[in-house]
Design a protein around this ligand. Structure first.
Ligand SMILES: [Zn+2]
Length: 479
């Protein structure tokens, strides 16, 4: 079904951009399944403005279910997360604060490595910023006065006030401003896996999709007006590469534009608005991405492109967003020196590729039904000796695989081979290597893919080369 377009709510304009990872339209359905305008904060803005981007927009979306013994669909990421030991939510640690177990952390690390490699190739500069910032920082950005309700409360130490950061933009802006910049420094692409904290009501929390602490694949591109289009094209290309590697080709873009009739809301910088929107549209056309335009859907500080996808349940969700911002540069007084030696104000492009890692991995768990492609699988290979007499050789095989950089483990149990296979199947391990006397004598291994496909008998060296190649290629299949 088409996404519901919900207006920004109050006429009053917020004093701060909707950050790249957030969307006012992502408010969840009410328990009745109806989509309302949502509660409003004292500022008059919908509190949903602060919600995590990436929640489902479709009606009939799953609601948080807290009852013990609730029945979750076999593909639900919460159920798979428990069955496959990917993550837990511990009441003593706190609701909405997932703990990534070794297997879940492995998936996340491999995904993050991949993103970093792609970003390095695309000219991003990675930074690391703290999880806290002074209240003053978020007063300057405008977050504190307007979104205090959805931030964790202020902490006072030595007469200064701090907040857990609700987004990364201000920290990145201060890095940009840490020295005088010239037009030659532009475009500058500052990236980080930034961890942020949002106060969400406990009743709203759900698995990895609605959390209170989240890490965003975040970046801020500082560029000149005439660089916007090229930067959007590059961003769309990065997104395409990442999604394609994961086998995700069915996505589209909702392009939110300003309403030229609403002079009051978009009073300033009409020329820049028009130029930015033309740049976004042209970049989308250039990239060959399906998109729809929605006039009047833009926030007051800039147009944006939301990248949309459907999850396995058929619900549309926003994976990520590319957002132009003409406001934060003004609030922080960001300037570069141009060719004439004069001060010039750059534009900021806020962009994500996979959105928050929590939400995206929840999606991937369901998308792959827990059976991750080899390069992402927490355990890539399990070695199954057919009998106790084959354990010594199986140990050598497992060691050789680990030495070769694969995540391999050995099943040393006293179970029968069919039971060992069954156990590896249940754990959704992509490859099983079966070894017995015959293999030991020939220094070979028998490879079996999850699901039963026979990958043949190979020498240990060939098997290792075969698997390493599949990992290096990030192949989605083993055949
Ligand atoms: Zn941002």
């Amino acid at each position: 079904m088409p996404p519901t377009k919900r207006p920004l709510g109050e006429k009053k304009t917020p004093a701060v951009p909707e950050p790249a990872e957030l969307s006012p339209r992502d408010h969840p359905t009410s328990p009745s399944g109806l989509r309302g305008a949502g509660p409003t904060s004292p500022s008059g803005l919908p509190t949903s403005l602060f919600e995590l981007r990436g929640t489902s927009r479709g009606a009939g979306r799953r609601q948080p279910q807290k009852d013990e013994g609730e029945t979750l669909s076999p593909r639900d990421h919460r159920r798979l997360g428990a069955e496959l030991d990917l993550f837990i939510i511990d009441p003593m640690v706190g609701s909405g604060l997932p703990l990534w177990l070794p297997k879940g952390a492995t998936i996340r690390r491999e995904l993050e490595r991949f993103i970093i490699e792609e970003e390095l190739r695309a000219g991003y500069l990675h930074v690391i910023t703290p999880h806290l910032g002074k209240a003053e920082l978020y007063e300057t950005s405008g977050h504190l006065p307007y979104y205090k309700d959805t931030m964790f409360p202020l902490m006072k130490v030595e007469g200064e006030e701090f907040v857990l950061k609700p987004m990364n933009c201000p920290h990145h802006i201060r890095i940009f401003q840490s020295r005088p910049r010239s037009y030659r420094d532009l475009p500058m692409r500052i990236a980080e896996f930034g961890t942020m904290y949002r106060f969400e009501k406990s009743g709203q929390l759900m698995g990895l999709t609605r959390v209170r602490g989240m890490t965003l694949n975040d970046a801020h591109i500082f560029c000149r007006e005439d660089q916007i289009e090229a930067e959007i094209v590059k961003t769309l290309e990065l997104i395409r590469r990442v999604y394609q590697t994961l086998g995700l080709t069915d996505y589209w873009v909702d392009l939110a534009l300003h309403d030229p009739k609403n002079k009051k809301k978009y009073a300033d910088n009409i020329a820049l608005w028009e130029q930015s929107e033309a740049a976004l549209r042209s970049a989308l056309q250039h990239a060959g991405v399906k998109f729809t335009e929605a006039v009047g859907d833009a926030a007051f500080y800039g147009p944006k492109a939301d990248i949309q996808m459907k999850d396995v349940a058929g619900h549309t969700f926003t994976v990520s967003t590319i957002q132009l911002d003409m406001l934060l540069p003004e609030r922080f007084g960001i300037e570069v020196t141009n060719e004439e030696g004069k001060a010039e104000r750059p534009v900021i492009v806020h962009r994500g590729v996979i959105g928050t890692h929590e939400r995206f991995i929840a999606f991937l768990i369901e998308h792959f039904n827990g059976l991750f492609p080899l390069w992402l699988a927490p355990i890539q290979v399990r070695v199954l000796p057919v009998s106790q007499s084959a354990v010594a050789y199986a140990t050598r095989v497992a060691d050789a695989l680990r030495d070769g950089g694969l995540r391999a483990e050995l099943d040393e149990s006293n179970e029968t081979l069919p039971k060992k296979i069954r156990s590896a199947e249940v754990q959704k391990i992509p490859v099983m290597i079966v070894v017995g006397e015959k293999e030991q004598q020939g220094n070979t291994v028998t490879l079996r893919a999850h699901g039963g496909k026979n990958l043949g008998v190979k020498s240990l060296a060939d098997a290792l080369a075969f698997l390493r190649e599949r990992v290096a290629q990030k192949s989605l299949t083993l055949g």
